[in-house]
Design a protein around this ligand. Sequence first.
Ligand code: SIN
Length: 473
Amino acid sequence: MKKRYGSLINGSWVKHKKTFDVRNPFDNSKILEVYDAEETGTLEAIESSANAFKEWKKTSAEERSYFLKTFHSLVLKNKKSIAQTITKESGKPLKESCIEVEYGASFIEWSANQCLRNCGKIFESPEQTKRMFYVKQPVGVVAAITPWNFPLAMVTRKVGAALAAGCCVILKPSELTPITALLLGELSIEAKFPSGIFNIINGKPDMIGDILSKNSTIKKITFTGSTKVGSLLMKNSSKTIKNISLELGGNAPFIVFSDADIDLAVQGLINAKFRNAGQTCISANRIFLNKEIYEIFLIKLKDRLKKMKIGSGLKDCDIGPLISKQALQKVENHIQDAIDKGAKLEFGGKLYKPNSLLFEPTVLTNIKQNMLVFKRENFGPIVPILIFDKDREAIEMANNTEYGLASYFFTSNPKRIWSLVDDLEYGMFGVNSGKISTYLNPFGGVKESGLGREGSLQTLEPFLETKFVNWNF
Ligand code: SIN
């Protein structure tokens, strides 16, 4: 790996004036330096994408699919080194990084396949002399802004689909975890991507986000991150009426009914809560337990938590560090706020090791709806538990949030499953499962959790325009 990385612009690595350090959240050691593209580099990347688009949009679906399949094979071939990079820069356990490489690669392969199925439609004409149809064409230059928590998968879910649709992309990965994206840049060169179809720039998110969202050459913004930033990008993009897709914050309920398989539900919670130390948008954030199974669930949960290993992601562990001091402050603040308002600390609650970002899995009971742990996503290993009696109570509390990304529930009653899918205001459901992530999932949320969906059958759709033709021949 290089010691210093530039931007990938027009197929070459470009240096700029300033650099910033990328650090390992486990021990704060410096991994390497990355050049800050600032305004000049960002504008160069936009120009390069616009030029490349003139040719890329004319390529056949077969050609685009071929490039993506080559790229997909290279990602899998380099699985070990990419996974290690993900762990070094994000802190997540290596076993999770390996899963992320496969998950991330699956989006490239799926896009390469769906690319071959892109098509318009011909209507049966109402008049003999007419033919009416529509075609699907790429929207143009796309800016993809991705978060730190899945340095690979959030990139490939956007970039794979955009390139498959015939768009050119400027990627701005998180400044906390840019190296994985830069490795993808190396692989795009090895896959012989035409110059300029995939550009990568790094630097300060507010400055680069501002340029990308206001520039008229860019026709589409696709963003995964906080609702606050998503809303700002949407506001800025409105000036040039950009197409926009947003995958934003969540506040996932995790509901366990009295007829649930308790061991399955505890395992589901471990999966939905502790992936990436709770730092995912779809993490279980509020746990609702029916009063009949509350005690047994709590005992079984604590037993599992006692066995969880906390430490360096590169060693055998289940929970790695939080990403930053701000993330740690937020977790501590949420716990203190809950305790101040009457919550009971049942497990954990503090740093695992002084002066580190390693935080113990934490369980709080006696949670009230006015507490921060109820209202906001904690993005950490906190399990806030509430008790309910009737289904209606659980549904009302679960919906009492402005977010609507993922939700989870455990029950053996099929009738209840149908009515919960109807009544819960969420975009994705884990039913008797704490895992919902797959390329088949139309990933996204309702309410303030975002706009649009990524992946699944419609994966190319956000990157396509529809053109209708009414042909009198
Ligand atoms: C996220 O946290 O935003 C993405 C999680 C996933 O794709 O599984």
